[in-house]
Write a protein of this length. Structure first.
Length: 739
């Protein structure tokens, strides 16, 4: 199980155990075969079943990513117009001098609130994490402006914290084998994985006799492989169906009253709403059928089946929650879990959309704390990145970064942003309204991007700094949301070209800014300290050298992890971490906010750009933008093997295609007031009529007329957020026409 060397006549091949650091949530153990500083082959995990973690297609193609001919290899400065993509090679000396100079100039001219630091999910390990290193530097430089809100899952986070007071709402995946019924509600793990072995366990559960139902506007890959039934539904209407399912359960007395009495508060208020005593509208299956397109009889059957099958796992994810009333989806799903007594029970589920496990979660990763001389000044409290106190002067919502740059104080934002320093993200491509983002980047006085590739966003940089890949560093990482295991990344390659990790770049910048002692330890020393100071590693990892050699430590569980089990087993001594100590179907904290868009009980509410919006006259189709199986967002976009997996196409139902004279394989435009993309049509019954789907992450590539030939989904989405803070990525109206 250790790192080995194979001798060959023309040189040695080292086999290095590591993992990737992508934001897919999984961590596939990979064995990189390295010769002359090149990866020549990749093998997956060599553990036996059932422990073996099935290495995914993206990790298997990692070699073509690391050694891609278009990787950035040296620092560059812009010589053409912004966004034109014309650059000139410069030295690291000039590059760092320029960045230090701009940071100092903006600070002296406008104050630290003119500096915007944009971080992201590009690299999810503890030590070389660019965002954390840069934030630590900015703390010592007097602060900066940054973003708040989780672009992925703020709706789910809001819902979980409101309902349960915790984001660790997941059961470990092998618990699916205890389920008799699994409902994939906006969940497609065959594609977006939800942790490395999730699909493996879904298949095992099926073999074990579980019935599987998928509720989704798309007949997705998981539905196609394992589901007994697909229930198509209109986007943004799930909460109406949940509420109607609650109606059926209440009417037919199928709900678990003893559970509700003992563990929850506010069910009475929810019931008043469901039965129409609050607003005069009874939330019957017929009412929900009208909204969702799911037949009333199907809603009734689903309610009876879910309430009558014990235990049953309702699996809600984040896609439906990345929408204009996203948090209501996860909150209402969690309410159904309580109504059926499935919370804290083996084979059940708590919902909440996050599926995170309390052991080995990324949120509890080790990182260098923000102080100057971390371990001395801040003590051994390196528990988790979420605990780190950032010296952030002012913040803007993550889906409003570019609007804030454009509108500034005059537009009601807390500051006027003058420069952006960016790493580990491609937000022009990945937040709402890419055309607006491109306009905003034009307005900046200075923009520095640390990147691996000339991405859609990097093209707008004034200064481009080349960064190493995960193969070129040692580090510690862990999966989200499943596991439980910890991974050690062994450095396989010396940095390629002139690339440096963000930590190294930031450390060298610190020296130029006169900040001393910023990075006093070697990589090896840091990693050892992370292990020594983190109670979670201390509990699980007894042999550091073995962990490093194996590249992985799997936590052996006697029983599956069941979220909230300890509360359900003994609520008197283990109250939920909510103000009431119970599951809050009604939340006083939310009531106190007194915001109409965040009701204290979960509710279905119509929103702008749903089917009821008069805008449907102009833009009659709803747009979905799910995550791609052959990339992680916009990462890996350039990898040829992964391109072969699936062409970037817009899913459209034959009914919508026929009425527009569109045939499978035709070039089409998908457009609205925010933008226009050119893309190939995939005419398929795997999507319901009235809905078009374009996978997120393809690179924005507008021509002179503004037509995006890369067909980036966010050319069409808007830069809005819901009452609970969810980025609105799946609530957009569009029209389609043949080119
Ligand atoms: N329409 C639509 N948009 C979405 C979503 C959606 O569902 N629909 N999903 C959203 C979600 S859930 C997320 S999490 C976001 C993701 O948004 P981003 O985090 O912006 O997405 P990525 O495409 O992963 O971009 C990461 C970038 O970091 C770079 N990178 C990788 N490693 C390093 C490193 O070590 N250092 C530096 N400096 N850079 C590195 C990569 O080359 C890549 O360009 O997208 C969101 N956008
Ligand atoms: N391969 C791969 N894996 C990934 C990622 C990736 O980019 N590539 N990204 C990772 C990240 S950062 C995240 S946050 C997660 C995201 O994981 P999710 O948020 O779960 O992924 P999505 O693909 O956005 O949505 C899941 C499903 O929701 C459906 N859906 C959308 N809107 C609705 C609706 O209104 N109602 C219903 N019922 N269904 C709806 C979509 O059709 C899709 O099948 O995935 C992670 N895993
Ligand atoms: Mo995400």
């Amino acid at each position: 199980m250790s790192n080995e060397t194979i001798s060959q006549a023309d040189g040695d091949v080292k086999i290095v155990r590591t993992t990737s650091t992508f934001d897919c949530g999984g961590r596939c153990p990979i064995r990189l075969h390295v010769k002359n500083n090149r990866i020549i082959r990749i093998e997956g995990d060599d553990a036996e079943e059932p422990e073996q973690l099935r290495t995914c297609l993206r990790c298997r193609a990692f070699r073509q990513y690391v050694h891609h001919p278009q990787r950035l290899m040296y620092p560059q400065k812009r010589i053409g117009e912004r966004g034109e993509g014309k650059f000139e090679r410069i030295s690291w000396d000039e590059a760092l001098e320029t960045l230090a100079g701009e940071l100092t100039r903006v600070k002296e001219t406008y104050g630290n609130e003119g500096i915007f630091l944009a971080t992201g999910g590009g690299y999810l390990a503890g030590l070389h994490n660019g965002g954390l290193a840069a934030q630590r530097l900015m703390n010592q430089f007097g602060g900066c402006v940054t973003h708040y809100g989780n672009i992925s899952s703020e709706g789910a986070v809001w819902a979980s914290l409101t309902q349960y007071g915790s984001v660790m709402v997941g059961n470990s995946r092998e618990d699916l084998l205890n389920s008799k019924l699994i409902i994939l509600w906006g969940w497609d793990p065959a594609r977006m994985i939800s942790g490395t072995n999730t699909m493996y366990h879904v298949i095992k559960a099926k073999e074990n006799g579980a019935k599987i139902i998928a509720v989704d506007p798309r007949y997705h890959d998981t539905a196609a492989t394992v589901a007994d039934e697909w229930i198509p539904i209109r986007p943004g209407t799930d909460t109406a169906v949940f509420v109607a399912m609650a109606h059926v359960m209440i009417n037919e007395n199928l709900h678990d009253r003893a559970f509700l009495d003992k563990y929850t508060i506010g069910f009475d208020k929810f019931k008043e709403y469901v039965l129409g005593r609050e607003d005069g509208i009874e939330k019957t299956p017929a009412w929900a059928a009208e909204i969702s397109g799911v037949e009333a009889a199907v809603i009734e059957r689903l309610a009876r089946e879910y309430a009558g099958t014990n235990p049953a796992a309702l699996m809600d994810c984040q896609g439906p929650a990345r929408s204009a009333m996203g948090e209501q989806f996860n909150r209402c799903a969690a309410t159904l879990c309580a109504m059926t007594g499935n919370v804290g029970r083996a084979g059940g589920s708590a919902c909440g959309g996050l599926m995170g496990l309390p052991i080995g979660h990324m949120f509890r990763m080790s990182a260098i704390p923000p102080g100057k001389n971390p371990f001395e000044l801040d003590g051994p409290n390196v528990k988790g990145t979420l605990d780190i106190r950032m010296r952030v002067i002012k913040r803007v919502h993550i889906n409003k970064i570019f609007d804030a740059i454009l509108e500034g104080k005059q537009g009601g934002y807390p500051t006027d942003i003058k420069m952006m320093w960016s790493m580990c993200n491609n937000y022009l491509n990945q937040t709402g309204n890419s055309n607006k983002a491109a306009r905003a980047l034009q307005k900046l006085e200075f923009f520095c991007a640390q990147e691996l590739f000339m991405t859609a966003q990097a093209r707008y940089a004034d200064l481009l700094l080349p960064v190493t890949t995960a193969a070129e560093r040692s580090d510690l990482t862990r999966p989200w949301p499943s596991g439980p295991y910890f991974t050690f990344m062994n450095r396989a390659l010396q940095p390629l070209g002139e690339c440096k990790s963000d930590l190294v770049i930031v450390s060298e910048l610190a020296e130029r800014l006169g900040i001393e002692g910023f990075n006093p330890y070697t990589e090896e020393e840091w990693l050892k300290m992370f292990i020594d100071h983190n109670p979670e590693y201390q509990e699980h990892i007894k042999d550091y050298d073995k962990f490093r050699e194996d590249g992985i430590h799997r936590v052996k569980l006697d029983e599956p992890i069941i979220a909230f089990k300890e509360h359900i087993d003994d609520i008197e001594n283990n109250p939920f971490p909510t103000p009431s100590g119970k599951i809050e179907i009604f939340s006083q904290r939310v009531a106190d906010l007194a915001k109409p868009d965040t009701p204290p009980i979960p509710k279905y509410m119509p929103t702008p750009e749903d089917r009821n919006d008069p805008l449907v006259e102009t833009y009659p189709l709803q747009l979905l933008t799910p995550h791609p199986k052959n990339r992680v967002h916009s990462e890996l976009y350039m990898v040829p093997w992964l391109r072969e997996v699936e062409e970037h196409r817009a899913w459209i139902n034959p009914i919508d295609a026929d009425s527009r004279g569109i045939k499978d394989g035709d070039e089409i435009y998908v457009f609205n007031d925010r933008g226009k993309v050119a893309i190939t049509a995939w005419v398929t019954e795997r999507i319901i009529p009235g809905v078009v789907s374009i996978f997120e992450g393809a690179w924005f590539d507008p021509d002179d007329e503004g037509i995006d030939h890369g067909a980036c989904a966010n050319t069409l989405t808007k830069d809005a957020y819901s009452g609970g803070g969810a980025a609105v990525m799946n609530t957009s109206l569009v029209e389609v026409e043949k080119v």
